[in-house]
Ligand binder design. Structure first.
Ligand SMILES: [Mn+2]
Length: 317
């Protein structure tokens, strides 16, 4: 299958690389690395609702700040590669059209719940990150890992393993990190750019949400609600919510943490767990993800969504 992917890339005239909605370090790092490899004929589409939500943290990645958004997207792509996108739902409506119409599509991913929505699916469920999957793909194809490629892949792996902390981190993950470190990248600078370069409002926003946290079931469940009011108060971008759920899970005794975000007509939920399987809760609401980190959208107002969610969680705890 590796050969097939390379042939498709080589035979295509215009390639579009797409990231998932609310892009994180893994999807952006992989898009950056793929574009570094493919070159001029590839564009990156960052899936965001509007320019306001353009993520700034990962602007240091090669090609990310020159990437496209939906407003300047053309209809010329014969190959679309989705990186780190677990399901077709994680592609926004306008991009769904071009994805469905494209002559060839590839999904490169590490989500166990990915059922394979592209014409060619390169999915290694359970691997630490799509960054790790992409590194192994490049290696299998004898592709030289340049410094630019290494920056993207390292950022992808670093962020999706929670700085090599999560249990999906294996000896092989460290081996890849070692090999990337030998490509001339500055690993501590990349870590600083990912983690110590946050907007002031992001920290203030997160502090308020943490201090608003509620606990139930003998403190085994922790949750906080992101209402429209709080979002407006801090002019919060989508990326500001990253990491809040991890902080709640990090509390001793907490087995499951939830962050609920009020949307137009429904509620977006992030789930982080310790022992229990987060995907079991997410799948009740047609979501997905990994054992300890999952997400879903509940088609209810935020308070009703919370009730439904707690009901499900209590059956597992
Ligand atoms: Mn990922």
């Amino acid at each position: 299958m590796e050969r097939e992917i390379l042939n498709l890339i080589n035979d295509s005239l215009n390639v579009l690389i797409i990231t998932h909605v609310n892009p994180d370090g893994d999807t952006l790092g992989c898009a950056s690395a793929l574009k570094s490899f493919i070159g001029d004929k590839a564009d990156i589409l960052i899936q965001i609702k509007d320019n306001f939500n353009f993520p700034t943290t990962y602007n240091f990645l090669p090609h990310i700040n020159t990437s496209k958004n939906l407003s300047n997207l053309e209809d010329k792509y014969d190959l679309i590669i989705a990186v780190d996108i677990a399901s077709f739902d994680r592609i926004i409506d306008n991009a769904k059209n071009i994805f469905s119409k494209a002559q060839n599509t590839i999904s490169i991913d590490h989500h166990k719940t990915n059922k394979g929505y592209a014409k060619l699916n390169y999915i290694k469920g359970g691997i630490s990150s799509t960054g790790e999957v992409l590194y192994d793909l490049f290696k299998a194809l004898n592709i030289e890992i340049t410094k630019d490629i290494a920056i993207g892949l390292y950022a992808a792996i670093l962020t999706d393993t929670g700085c090599f902390k999560y249990e999906s981190t294996t000896a092989h993950t460290f081996k890849i990190a070692n090999e990337l470190a030998q490509c001339g990248i500055n690993t501590s600078e990349i870590a600083d750019l990912c983690y110590t370069n946050k907007p002031k409002n992001l920290i203030l926003f997160q502090s308020e949400l943490i201090s608003n946290a509620k606990f139930c079931l003998n403190d085994k469940i922790a949750y906080t609600l992101i209402t429209k009011e709080i979002l407006e108060k801090y002019r919060a971008k989508d990326e500001y919510t990253e990491g809040i759920c991890e902080t709640l899970r990090s509390i001793a005794g907490v087995e499951a943490a939830f962050v609920l975000k009020e949307m137009e007509n429904d509620t977006k939920v992030s789930i982080r767990t310790k022992e229990i399987d987060a995907t079991k809760i997410a799948q009740k609401f047609n979501g997905g993800g990994h054992k300890r980190a999952a997400g879903c959208t509940i088609k209810s107002k935020i308070n009703q969504a919370l009730e439904k969610l707690l009901q499900e969680a209590k059956t597992l705890l």
